[in-house]
Design a protein around this ligand. Structure first.
Ligand SMILES: Cc1cc2nc3c(=O)[nH]c(=O)nc-3n(C[C@H](O)[C@H](O)[C@H](O)COP(=O)(O)O)c2cc1C
Length: 449
């Protein structure tokens, strides 16, 4: 039996996940609109034999009244549209998988199916789809909605959306095209299928105007901790992106999602749970800490306060970095259910107990927070990953580099060799397609029988 191996994705927010990454002297000023920057990251991930690049997305810009904060926000900042970036990268890379985020609320299934099928052809089978249902109020305002859809509405639409997309990808049998110049027959009429979908949200005739993607069905990744999101994952996803800072919560989530698969006739191994991790790596712990401190020194207190606010902390902008964290209640705002709702309150409680300064609080939130954060040597980072991987908390990880490309290089050059030495990660790509590398079985067309 082959040994179970970790899967690794690299999430490439423009400058990286740390709020001050863009201010590092070596950060490329135009990283947010520079395809060369994305290509550099892709080459690093490919050199490290990683499974895929992941592009988070929110089609919204916030905080234009606060120009200092504006460029520091993780997703709600300026960017190139992810699927187009993937299309460009597809032409310049050969092995790395490419996973853009695309919303089921703000798209039509036909458009999305043809776009992803097209890039799957361009990349020879390396595309995936991060299926999101979109919960953001300000983003909704860009698409004619005064409020985000309810969880039930979002997930019902997403379920039908995925069903239509998958149906459209099967429009043409793999061998539908004979392109026979002598007989003049281009395709076999018996091998093209009209979907004729009539549902609650969509009526789609088909067929798709793109041949079946090289992967047949593209791997789908979802996220979300609510029961609705877990159910959607169990029904349609090949991977789930999880967000937990603590092992026991990650383990509970892992068991909960995997436990839902049997209902859909699926085995536990058919769904990969990928935990978000922000590693800050140095040859020594001191070197790793120095890399983190360097970022923290560039964190403008106004940005730090903005960061606290969007993470459910009370407004503490009246307090300076050297003041003690005040005794205030966390805000009762709805954060996505994907996140551990107690995490902010627990940190506030710890801050008061330990007499933390605001500066120390900024550091605690910058270093992962919702996700697994590890500052340390390659051995220490690999130890943590191994524990999560072997003890039922993750099948792999989505690496969130604090700054790019530097910390992606650190991960590839220092942590991946350590994982390989332990036999936890591949030493060469197993296949040509993302599906093959993820170890997912080929999905025959629904019409194949
Ligand atoms: C790790 C992680 C990454 C996510 N990335 C995105 C994203 O890039 N764009 C987006 O619109 N939503 C993103 N989401 C939101 C989820 O897709 C989902 O809509 C959200 O978690 C709401 O889940 P819920 O229905 O369980 O509340 C992300 C969630 C998590 C946990």
């Amino acid at each position: 039996m082959t040994k179970r191996r970790m899967r690794l994705g690299l999430s490439v927010a423009n400058f990286g996940y740390h709020y001050a990454a863009w201010r590092l002297p070596e950060s490329r000023n135009e990283a947010d609109h520079d395809i060369g920057h994305h290509l550099r990251n892709a080459e690093i991930a490919e050199r490290g034999l990683m499974d895929f690049l992941f592009f988070a997305d929110l089609a919204v810009v916030r905080d234009v009244e606060h120009p200092t904060i504006r460029r520091d926000m993780e997703q709600s900042h300026l960017k190139l549209e992810p699927s187009l970036v993937c299309s460009a990268l597809a032409a310049c890379t050969s092995r790395i998988g490419l996973v853009p985020t695309m919303s089921t609320t703000f798209n039509q299934p036909y458009n999305l199916a043809r776009r992803l099928a097209s890039i799957d052809h361009i990349s020879n089978g390396r595309m995936g789809w991060n299926l999101v249902t979109s919960t953001d109020k300000e983003e909704a305002a860009n698409f004619g909605l005064s409020a985000p859809l309810t969880s039930e509405q979002r997930h019902a639409r997403a379920r039908e959306f995925a069903e239509v997309v998958r149906g459209l990808w099967d429009s043409w049998d793999d061998d539908a095209f004979m392109r026979d110049k002598v007989s003049g027959r281009y395709f076999d009429r018996a091998k093209v299928h009209f979907l004729n979908h009539e549902g609650t949200h969509f009526n789609v005739r088909g067929p798709l105007d793109t041949a079946r993607p090289p992967q047949g069905q593209l791997p789908i990744i979802t996220a979300g901790a609510s029961a609705n999101a877990q159910e959607l994952a169990a029904e349609v996803a090949d991977m789930v992106y999880s967000a937990f800072a603590h092992f026991d919560m990650a383990q509970n989530y892992y068991a909960s999602v995997k436990g839902r698969l049997a209902k859909y006739g699926r085995c536990p191994d058919s769904l990969r749970i990928m935990a978000g991790i922000m590693p800050i790596v140095g040859h020594t712990r001191e070197e790793a800490q120095a890399k983190f401190d360097r970022l923290q020194d560039l964190l403008d207190p106004r940005v730090a306060n903005g960061m606290l606010l969007i993470n459910q902390f009370p407004d503490m902008s009246a307090y300076g970095p050297d003041d003690k964290v005040p005794d205030m209640q966390v805000m009762d705002i709805h954060l996505t259910a994907a996140r551990d709702p107690g995490v902010t309150a627990r940190l506030m409680e710890r801050a008061r107990r330990e007499g933390m300064t605001m500066r120390q609080l900024y550091a605690a939130v910058s270093a992962g927070f919702w996700h697994l954060g590890v500052i340390g040597t390659p051995t220490e980072v690999a130890d943590t990953m191994q524990t999560w991987f072997e003890q039922g908390a993750a099948d792999g990880f989505v690496v969130q580099p604090p700054y790019l490309p530097g910390s992606a290089e650190d991960f590839v050059d220092m942590v991946i060799p350590e994982l390989q030495r332990r036999g936890l990660f591949r030493t060469e790509y197993e296949g040509r397609t993302l599906r093959q590398n993820l170890g997912l079985p080929v999905v025959p067309s629904r019409y194949a029988a």
